[in-house]
Design a protein around this ligand. Sequence first.
Ligand code: SF4
Length: 251
Amino acid sequence: MGARRADDTGDDEEELPRITASHLRRAGTICARRLANEHHDRRSMRRGTGRFRVQNQLLEDARLTHFDFAQPDPAHFRPGHELTAEEAHLYRTAARWYVALYHDERVRSVDLGTDDASGDLDNWATCVDEIGVRLVGRCGLTVEHDDGRRGVRLLRLGRGVPGADLLDDVDVRFAVLRLSAWSGAELCVSVGDLVHGARRDGTVDGPRVAELQRWLAGRVDVVRARAAEADPTPGLDCASCAFVPGCPAHR
Ligand code: SF4
């Protein structure tokens, strides 16, 4: 199963149905109407990006601090003015943990949108032609180690780190599926919880990627079956749903 960049062959590929990490995690339980609308990328009302502000700024500052092969420099981590006082406090905590957890590794950050070696993917999406979907969503800080190995750092604000098998974690699975074509023989994966100060590392090689691709195909089957039903199921999902307008469950 191969993957390629979402924007390199024209509009047709842009319209491939979307699969996000959340769809993989909750394909069987998320409201089917919401799932159908997200999967087919239908127009929705805009939702605020507040909950992503800290994470996004942290990711960008980590990218900056590793612009060239380097260990993280605390001077590169400053909360922006757009953050609330509470968000700025969270940012400072997370930045301190990032520097502490990753001070021992020199890496270079890689922008998949411009990196010649990225070839088949970009920062936002990876097309998987064989099953006709786009995997959509950022998956962390992509890096190159000074020995040439490629990897990804998933930076979390809480939720802990995976246990013995990194691939028990759906976000790790999603990142590997997005990045395996870029990484070559193996992908170095690191998950950092920047609230609790925990880090877990591992590598994922070809045979495990093949397992994941079979798993992906099965999950996509579930998404398609439920998206075809498209029945609204009001509940907790409604609070974060972008498709409330026109929903029969809220008339
Ligand atoms: S508003 Fe609720 S019931 Fe309607 S589509 Fe969204 S999640 Fe489903």
